[in-house]
Ligand binder design. Structure first.
Ligand code: ZN
Length: 367
């Protein structure tokens, strides 16, 4: 009997100790200190790593099968929902799968740029944020080209080598305004070193030695500036005097290429509250120009009115998933219109063809 009691007591002690050990391990797993998100445990971080990898694999599989088209099917919508899920996690850009996805997408973009000639119309690529590249038969233009360093992760951002290859394929750079998700000095420097024009408002790097090498055409509605490019080519450029709120000057560029394609890029244009003076010229653009492609910031308050002002044949919105912004402010592909007080939904339901590209993707435009 005594032996049995001793045996049972020992069993209790051992199982209690084991249970205690499991519990303390559990406690450890639930506390913070992990990487990249220090508020989560390493186990939690590892789970998010695995989830990000699986979701982004699915995105790549969907995008490979369903490239951008004028009337996008629901499959691309699902891919964008997965992107919204992955990149609305604070530390997304610090996860290897996210970095690999971004570099793979832009790796494809670089290869296409290096190999692809446009014989008519235009091809438009989205790099990151409001960074677009437009190629026609006569010219390749970059707008607000940045590396993605605003994400805070050097590993996420495009490397100097990747940027050099992109810049080599472009003829000039337009910078809409001074914010870091649109203006990156290292990128502008690459253009200037290659003898290619950079155009920006005077508020961009005014105290820097780079300033004197940048072109600052006076932003006046309907004033046409002739921008000379190598090979005796001339671009006709209007810098509309846009704003992001009262204090930030924002060039809204309207460019007509030598082969007659007209594109417009709005930077971070914002008419808001009691400061709506930009509608004075914006509502009138289509009266003066036949606009082929408009690249508006998708988060601008009344994107439908902006679009009507330009009356373009194709709308390619940008600025989704800016990882330098806090989570709620990383404009999702699904919209969040009600909260953000936008008219994006109305635009998508309108007569205008709207294609929201993903990093590295492109679409062909035929007039
Ligand atoms: Zn911005």
């Amino acid at each position: 009997m005594k032996t049995i009691i001793f045996y049972l007591t020992m069993l209790c002690v051992v199982s209690f100790a084991l249970a205690n050990k499991a519990e303390s391990q559990n406690m450890k797993a639930n506390t913070g200190g992990g990487s990249p998100d220090p508020q989560l445990s390493q186990k939690d971080n590892d789970y998010l790593d695995r989830q990000s990898a699986v979701f982004l694999d699915s995105v790549q599989a969907i995008l490979a099968k369903y490239p951008p088209v004028l009337k996008e099917g629901k499959e691309r919508g699902y891919a964008k929902l997965l992107l919204d899920a992955v990149f609305h996690e604070k530390f997304a850009a610090f996860r290897k799968s996210a970095q690999d996805f971004y570099h793979a997408q832009n790796g494809k973009l670089i290869q296409e740029l290096e190999g692809l000639k446009v014989s008519s119309g235009a091809r438009v690529w989205k790099v990151y944020d409001m960074g677009f590249i437009v190629r026609t038969s006569s010219v390749t233009m970059a707008f607000d080209l940045v590396s993605g360093i605003t994400s805070g992760s050097k590993e996420f951002a495009l490397s100097a080598g990747e940027l050099v290859r992109i810049v080599k394929q472009c003829d000039l750079l337009f910078i809409s305004h001074k914010h870091a998700d649109h203006a990156e000095k290292a990128v502008a420097e690459l253009f200037l070193q290659a003898g290619k024009p950079v155009i920006s408002p005077a508020q961009v790097w005014p105290q820097d030695s780079i300033f004197s090498r940048i072109l600052h055409p006076k932003p006046i509605a309907e004033k046409v500036h002739q921008i000379k490019l190598a090979g005796n080519r001339t671009l006709e450029v209007i810098c509309y005097p846009g704003h992001q709120g009262k204090s930030i000057d924002n060039n809204v560029s309207l460019v007509t290429t030598p082969d007659g394609i007209t594109v417009a890029h709005t930077g971070d244009e914002l008419n808001e509250g009691d400061f709506m003076i930009d509608y004075d010229w914006m509502d009138q653009v289509a009266k003066h120009h036949k606009v082929d492609i408009l690249m508006p910031n998708a988060w601008t308050m009344d994107i439908l009115r902006v679009t009507k002002g330009f009356n373009p044949k194709l709308v390619l919105p940008g600025h989704e998933l800016e990882l330098g912004h806090t989570v709620w402010d990383r404009l999702p592909y699904w919209g969040d219109d009600a909260y953000l007080e936008l008219t994006y939904k109305q635009l998508k339901a309108s007569k205008y063809p709207v294609v929201a590209l993903i990093w590295g993707e492109s679409i062909k435009y035929i007039p």
